[in-house]
Ligand binder design. Structure first.
Ligand SMILES: CC(C)(COP(=O)(O)OP(=O)(O)OC[C@H]1O[C@@H](n2cnc3c(N)ncnc32)[C@H](O[C@H]2O[C@H](COP(=O)(O)OP(=O)(O)OP(=O)(O)O)[C@@H](O)[C@H]2O)[C@@H]1O)[C@@H](O)C(=O)NCCC(=O)NCCS
Ligand SMILES: Nc1ncnc2[nH]cnc12
Length: 284
C-alpha cells in the first residue's frame, strides 16, 4: 500500500455513507459527547491525568486514515478464509497504534477503538468485495469469524502477561476487547441496539447507550483501575441513574464520583463508537 489514503475529516452534520466515514464520524461523536462519567469529553479529562479532548482530536486525526487501509485489506483478502484475516490485518493494526502513540506522545487513547472499529472496516471491505449487502448481522458475524479462537489462543494459553488485557484475563477471566470481538460485539447487538431508538434526542440517545453499556460491559479498564469492586461500583451507579428520568446534572454528579475514584470506563466508550456505527447499518 503506497502511502496512506487521504481521509478528509467528516464535516459536521454530513451524513456518513461509507463504513470508513461512519467509523471516523463515530470517533468524533464519541469524544464530543459531554458529560461522560469518568471519560474525556469537552468539559474535562475524566479520570485521566495524561489525556484531554485536544489529545483525542489529535489521536483521531492520526488514526483516521488507517481505517481505509483496514477496509482495503478486507477487500484484498475477501476470498481467503476468514481465519487468516486477523493475522493479515494485525501489522496494519499495530502500525495504526504506533501512529496513535506518535500523535499522543505515547498515551493509549484508542487502542481498543482501533481494534474494534478496524475489524468492522475490514469486515465491510470483505463483504462488499464479495458483493454482499452490509447489515449489522453480516458485519458482526464476519468479525466473529475473523476472531474465532482469539481468546483461547492469546489469553487462555498465554503464560507471559504482557498487556493489561492478558493480565486481567489471568486474574479475573475477563476477555476484554478480544472477547467482545470474538462474540461479534454481542454486548452491543444484544443490549444496546434493540433500544437504540428509545430516546428521540441524539444526545440523550448516546447518553442512554453509554449508561446501558456501563451496566452490562465487563470493562477491563475499570477492573485494571479499581478491581472488580470498581467495575461493580460503576455498574451499580449507571443502573441507579437509569432507574429515573435522568438529567445532565445526574451525569455530571456520576462524572465527579468516578473521577474521585479514578475510574474510567474506556472500554464502554469504545463500544459506544461501535454501537453508533452498527446502528447506521440495516438490521438484515
Ligand atoms: C487485541 C488488543 C487490542 C488487546 O489489547 P490488550 O491486550 O490491552 O487487551 P484489552 O485491555 O482487553 O483491550 C485493550 C483496550 O480495549 C478497550 N476495552 C477494555 N475492555 C473492553 C471491553 N469489554 N470491550 C471492548 N473494549 C474494551 C480498552 O480501550 C480503551 O481504554 C483505553 C484508555 O483507558 P486507559 O485506562 O487510560 O488505558 P491504559 O491503562 O492506558 O491502557 P493500557 O495501555 O494500560 O492497556 C483506550 O485504549 C481505549 O480504547 C482497553 O484498553 C491488542 O493486543 C492488539 O492486538 N492490538 C493490535 C491491533 C490489532 O490487532 N488490530 C486488528 C484490527 S485493526
Ligand atoms: N472519551 C474517552 N475517555 C477515555 N478513554 C476513552 N477511550 C475511548 N474514548 C475515551
Amino acid at each position: 500500500m503506497t502511502g496512506l489514503p487521504v481521509i478528509n475529516a467528516v464535516p459536521a452534520r454530513v451524513e456518513s455513507t461509507t463504513m470508513v466515514q461512519r467509523v471516523v464520524r463515530a470517533l468524533y461523536d464519541e469524544i464530543h459527547l459531554t458529560p461522560k462519567p469518568g471519560l474525556v469529553d469537552r468539559a474535562n479529562s475524566g479520570s485521566h491525568h495524561d489525556m484531554d479532548h485536544e489529545l483525542f482530536m489529535r489521536s483521531i486525526a492520526a488514526i483516521a486514515p488507517w481505517f481505509a487501509v483496514f477496509y482495503e485489506l478486507g477487500k484484498t483478502h475477501a476470498f481467503l478464509p476468514e481465519a487468516v484475516q486477523l493475522r493479515l490485518l494485525r501489522p496494519a493494526g499495530i502500525a495504526c497504534e504506533q501512529a496513535m502513540f506518535q500523535a499522543t506522545g505515547g498515551v493509549n487513547t484508542h487502542k481498543g477503538g482501533i481494534f474494534a472499529l478496524g475489524l468492522l472496516c475490514c469486515a465491510a471491505g470483505r463483504l462488499e468485495a464479495q458483493g454482499s449487502r452490509l447489515s449489522r448481522q453480516a458485519v458482526c458475524h464476519q468479525v466473529s469469524l475473523f476472531c474465532h479462537g482469539l481468546v483461547a489462543r492469546e489469553l487462555v494459553q498465554r503464560n507471559r502477561q504482557a498487556s493489561t488485557g492478558e493480565r486481567l484475563f489471568q486474574q479475573f477471566g475477563l476477555a476484554g476487547a478480544r472477547g467482545e470481538a470474538e462474540s461479534g460485539f454481542q454486548t452491543v447487538t444484544r443490549y444496546i441496539l434493540p433500544g437504540w431508538q428509545d430516546e428521540a434526542c441524539e444526545e440523550r440517545r448516546l447518553h442512554l447507550a453509554l449508561l446501558r453499556l456501563m451496566v452490562v460491559n465487563p470493562d477491563t479498564n475499570l477492573v485494571s483501575r479499581g478491581g472488580l469492586s470498581g467495575l461493580r461500583y460503576v455498574q451499580r451507579s449507571a443502573r441507579q441513574v437509569l432507574a429515573v428520568r435522568w438529567t445532565r446534572e445526574q451525569l455530571h454528579q456520576m462524572d465527579q464520583a468516578l473521577i474521585a475514584r479514578h475510574l474510567s470506563p474506556g472500554g464502554s466508550a469504545d463500544l459506544l463508537s461501535v454501537a453508533m456505527v452498527l446502528a447506521g447499518l440495516p438490521e438484515v
